[in-house]
Design a protein. Structure first.
Length: 281
């Protein structure tokens, strides 16, 4: 039933996804290489990549001294990295186990951070204060059914003049058959309200198996993602598409500096990621 389109209510899908992500936490705590953060100069590869793109659009071209809310922060490696880049950080996630690891990591390496347990779709009501930057990156959008509600949370969290940043897997990539011998479309690019049901005991990094392998995701074309942000009153500042991922989507992908990419002959055929930077005026 991998990738099968199904009708399922949000509450049931959310519960299944949360159980799966709770199971991932101990596996990722081992696989993410948290000991590297004992070096006070260490940043995650994701943040090292993203900060270079984001900072030119910020006051003084720097995160230094800015209030930043990191949505879907998981075990906090990127949140800690954003704090090391100069921001005052708040991490938001729906997994209590993930936030426990994030808090322990931040405390161990001496990074000040605030952690809030909530669904991202309820973030505005759960998080105190407002922010100069709302950030989310890699593996986020497909877990959400309602992008208009998602974009409303982002707009609500941002101060006037605040900046939103997202880098994520490209929806054209997610339409591909990850097991095909070439770039073959298998899954829908455009959503129809149904979820894609997945049954996978492993995760995208590390060894071990999860006890709750079933998850649900939703396809969202770029038009829907951009439309939701524009509809929430944000102004587009920057859009880009990338050729590299920080995880191995397919066994055919080859390792490159900072992540994985398609073989050379296919690298220019299809994007792997998109990046959006938008502002609340």
């Amino acid at each position: 039933m991998t990738g099968q389109n199904v009708q399922i209510g949000w509450d049931a899908a959310r519960q299944a996804n949360q159980e799966n992500w709770e199971d991932r936490v101990p596996l990722h705590e081992t696989a993410y290489g948290l000991d590297a953060f004992d070096d006070p100069d260490h940043l995650s590869d994701v943040v090292r990549h993203d900060v270079v793109v984001l900072e030119p659009f910020l006051p003084s071209s720097s995160l230094s001294g800015l209030d930043l809310c990191h949505l879907q922060c998981h075990i906090g490696t990127d949140t800690v990295s954003l704090a090391r880049a100069g921001a005052r950080v708040t991490g938001v996630d729906f997994s209590p186990s993930a936030l426990g690891v994030a808090s322990a990591l931040a405390n161990r390496v001496g990074v000040a951070a605030r952690w809030v347990e909530t669904d991202v779709l309820d973030a505005r009501g759960a998080v105190d204060g407002d922010f100069d930057v709302v950030y989310t990156s890699i593996g986020t959008i497909t877990w959400l059914r309602d992008l208009d509600r998602w974009a409303a949370q982002i707009s609500g969290l941002l101060r006037a003049g605040g900046t939103f940043f997202i880098r994520d897997g490209h929806p054209a990539l997610y339409a591909l058959d990850e097991n095909a011998p070439d770039l073959t479309t298998r899954y829908p690019y455009f959503g129809d309200g149904r979820a894609q049901q997945w049954d996978e005991e492993s995760t995208y990094v590390g060894d071990g198996k999860v006890a709750h392998p079933r998850t649900y995701e939703w396809p969202h074309p770029l038009s829907e993602i951009l439309g939701a942000l524009l509809g929430a009153g944000l102004r587009l500042l920057h859009f880009d598409e990338g050729r590299m991922l920080p995880w191995q989507f397919s066994d055919r992908m080859v390792e490159v500096p900072g992540g994985y990419a398609w073989p050379d002959a296919e690298r220019n055929l299809l994007p792997c990621t998109y990046t959006i930077i938008a502002r609340k005026d």
